[in-house]
Ligand binder design. Structure first.
Ligand code: MG
Length: 383
């Protein structure tokens, strides 16, 4: 079978009364619910005409936002069924075109589900995505007591998109006249038409209550960034030894312009690397006198603020010190606590490892230490 002509209607004209605010504008990991819904349903058919149906008072704003992306915008009607009709009229599809009707509050329909419901409608005239009812279902009396348990084997939850040959919708609308229906599948059912139920992904949820946002946040693949930082410093007499934000009393220190804390320098570079902000030498040139003997926690704090400015926060840090001198093990706990404190993390989210060079090379000759840090960033705004 050749691919059918497809046209898309995204319905976003509801009043969000159950949400208390404009739920479709709510951001989930940097993109609005509506933006995600449009992108998801459009994914398999990027060139198909798409109309977005919004409330009359939002048409102008929506046009400014969407028309540059090839999306038609039209005003909805009093009820959802009127809004779908308005969208259909704006598209005016040929009778064989498969029209997908998608709810603007469903941001997570998988591409494969859209393809399968489209194919089913192309073949039979009408199809919708469904998900199984997993909970036991009770029929209640008006007084809140249970009247009976409803067998759920033949029950399914209606998802969107629903898909219809345009000619099927036209005939159903004509026959139904001015009656009400909950969705277009119900409309076609009532006219005696067959609607194929296509099993869909249960994560294709409708964002209805504010609490739903916490649930759907788990559906989003988490964005993370990883950065690495490497630093090397030689030892120098008559300097205090700073490593990973703590001073190791009585030990030979490291040479450097600042306090020469190679551990924190590596962490700083890893943060800068993860958020695309260059390296420590760019931000704190050794040529500048104000950084002489400066505590390196300043560098970490600056890198954190640059990352925050770009919408990131640190999620974890793994730091390896390569040193034949001093012994790291006795100080590991204190280093871990200090680095965690600086990064705003729990100690469990930071790890300090140490290894030696078994006497080989400059590390083995106890001429200097190497620090190697990996830092993971996550978006600072949740969900
Ligand atoms: Mg350094």
């Amino acid at each position: 079978m050749t691919d059918p002509d497809v046209a898309l209607i995204v319905v976003a004209a509801g009043s969000s009364t159950r949400f208390g605010t404009d739920k479709l504008g709510v951001q989930i990991a940097g993109r609005s619910v509506l933006e995600r819904a449009v992108t998801a349903v459009r994914a398999p058919f990027p060139d198909a005409p798409l109309v977005l149906v919004v409330r009359g008072d939002q048409v102008e704003q929506a046009r400014a936002r969407w028309e540059g992306l090839g999306v038609l915008v039209t005003a909805g009607g009093e009820h959802r069924q009127d809004s779908v009709k308005h969208g259909f009229t704006a598209l005016n599809p040929g009778d064989d075109t498969v029209v997908l009707i998608h709810d603007g509050a469903r941001p997570f329909v998988p591409r494969e589900d859209v393809v399968r419901v489209t194919a089913a409608a192309a073949e039979t005239g009408a199809a919708l995505l469904v998900a199984p009812v997993v909970e036991t279902v009770k029929r209640l009396r008006a007084d809140g007591t249970v009247e009976s348990t409803v067998p759920r084997e033949k029950l399914a939850r209606a998802l969107t998109p629903q898909a219809f040959r345009a000619g099927v919708l036209r005939s159903a609308w004509e026959a139904a006249g001015d009656t009400f229906w909950t969705d277009e599948a119900a409309l076609v059912e009532r006219q005696g038409g067959t609607v194929v139920a296509v099993p869909g992904d249960s994560r294709n949820v409708k964002v209805t209550h504010p609490d739903d946002l916490a649930l759907v946040a788990g559906v989003i693949p988490k964005r993370t960034r990883v950065g690495q930082g490497i630093d090397v410093h030689p030892f120098a007499a008559d300097r205090p030894l700073w490593l990973c934000g703590i001073q190791l009393p009585g030990e030979t220190g490291l040479a450097g312009h600042s306090d020469a804390d190679a551990g924190l320098h590596a962490v700083t570079d890893a943060i800068l690397g993860a958020c695309g902000c260059g390296d420590i030498g760019e931000h704190f040139p050794p040529s500048e006198d104000r950084w002489r003997d400066a505590p390196s926690e300043l560098f970490v704090r600056h890198a954190l603020s640059l990352a925050a400015g770009r919408g990131w926060r640190v999620a974890g840090c793994d730091l390896t010190l390569i040193a034949d001198f001093p012994r790291i093990a006795p100080h590991r706990g204190a280093m871990r606590a200090r680095v965690a404190e600086l990064l705003g993390l729990a100690p469990d989210d930071v790890n300090i490892k140490a290894t030696t060079c078994e006497g080989m090379g400059f590390v083995g000759r106890k001429e200097g230490v190497v620090a190697f840090a990996l830092v993971t960033l996550e978006p600072s705004a949740n969900p």
